[in-house]
Structure formats: C-alpha cells, structure tokens
Write a protein that binds this ligand. Structure first.
Ligand code: 5GP
Ligand code: ZN
Length: 116
C-alpha cells in the first residue's frame, strides 16, 4: 500500500499535519526525533510512502530500504554520535510494532539509556 493512510500518524507527519522535529528529508525518506526518546539521540527513519511493515516490502523496495539504512551512520555523525548506535525495525505484533507505518529506530549517545 503506497497511498497515504488517513488514519496513520506517520503519514500525517509526512504531510505536515502533525509537527515533528525533522533531521532529514528527501524525496523518499523523512527522519525525525522520536517523541519519547529511549536514548540521548533517538530518531525514526521512515519512507514517505505508506508501507505498513517491513514484512510488506519486496525487492521493489530494495533501493528505499538501502537508503534508509545507509542514512543511519551519516545522520548519527551529523547529530554528534561518535561511539556507535543501534538500529531497530520492530515488525508486526510479535515484533512489538506500535505504529503501522514502516520505520527504523536509530538510537545513540552515551549510555545508560532509558531502554534498549
Ligand atoms: P514502534 O513501537 O512502532 O516500533 O515505535 C513507534 C515509535 O513512534 C515509538 O518510539 C513512539 O514514541 C514514536 N511515536 C509515536 N507517535 C509519535 C509522534 O506523534 N511523533 C513522534 N515524533 N514520534 C512518535
Ligand atoms: Zn502511513
């Protein structure tokens, strides 16, 4: 599914209907700070198109997924994270996914962290 979902909170963030603290934006991807950070730096990398979960992607999304992953080190450097970071994609109910618009968490900054 690629059309915006009117009930999707991340589609509303992409559309600017809900404010967010943006870190990066291009034609395909938006990155913004998580509203409830687990770590000193906690951003969400999302596709602009509505894809519910990682399990809904196929080979046609290879370039998009590659871009999302390769952005992580660049953005962490930009945000001053120099000692490593963690990337997480929660997928589906057993994966603990709460927002059903594909997103990659990127956590960084000095430990201890609140979670993760
Ligand atoms: P999930 O559990 O689905 O992997 O993570 C969803 C994440 O989205 C959570 O870490 C939550 O804090 C974050 N989140 C939910 N609603 C909003 C919002 O309106 N704005 C921002 N910036 N983050 C949100
Ligand atoms: Zn969405």
């Amino acid at each position: 599914m690629t059309t915006p979902d009117p009930d999707c909170i991340f589609c509303k963030i992409v559309a600017g209907q809900i404010p967010s603290k943006k870190v990066h934006e291009d034609d395909d991807v938006l990155v913004f700070h998580d509203i409830h950070p687990w770590a000193p730096v906690h951003v969400l990398v999302i596709p602009k198109q509505h894809i519910a979960t990682l399990a809904d992607t196929g080979s046609e999304h290879d370039a998009l997924l590659g871009k999302m992953l390769s952005l992580a080190p660049r953005l962490m450097k930009q945000l001053g994270v120099s000692n490593g970071f963690r990337t997480v994609v929660n997928t589906g109910p057993d994966g603990g996914q709460e927002v059903y618009h594909l997103h990659m968490h990127v956590f960084g900054g000095p430990r201890p962290w609140a979670r993760g």
